[in-house]
Design a protein around this ligand. Sequence first.
Ligand code: SME
Length: 159
Amino acid sequence: MTKDQKYTDVAAQIMAVTDGEQNIIARMATISCLLSEAFADFFWTGFYLVDDNKPEELVIGPYQGSLGCLRIPFGRGVCGMAAATGQTQLVDNVHNFPGHIACDSRSVSEIVVPVFDAGGMLIAVLDIDSEKPANFDKTDKIHLEKIIRLFARCTSHPD
Ligand code: SME
């Protein structure tokens, strides 16, 4: 099965399982689990949440994989860059990325996709790491951004 087909299948699965579920932690946990199960080369798959109590800081959310760092300031590392810029980050080798936060030195390539709520507010980032260099490309970016857009459609910022 091609990567494209795998993403199409997993997106359908995510939509079916999370349909009608409003709780964002439940939705994020389910997405982390299904993506991680679908792709054997995803070493770490999960979310960092924007911390409502600490401006410009991410805090660990639902994930699958080895122990993740608990907090990441906006602008630091790949996740912090995605949060600060609101743009997806694709990194072939994190060891060459300035300010990279090495939660686990086995991570080599990464993709980080910002997550916005229905009102366009940044609420989290989706971080996926691989032990393989350059594991992520345009196909991952297109599909993951689509999965995250569908996710956000049913999400409003908790206030
Ligand atoms: N890769 C991230 C840190 C988090 S972990 O890898 C789980 C980064 O540099 O932003």
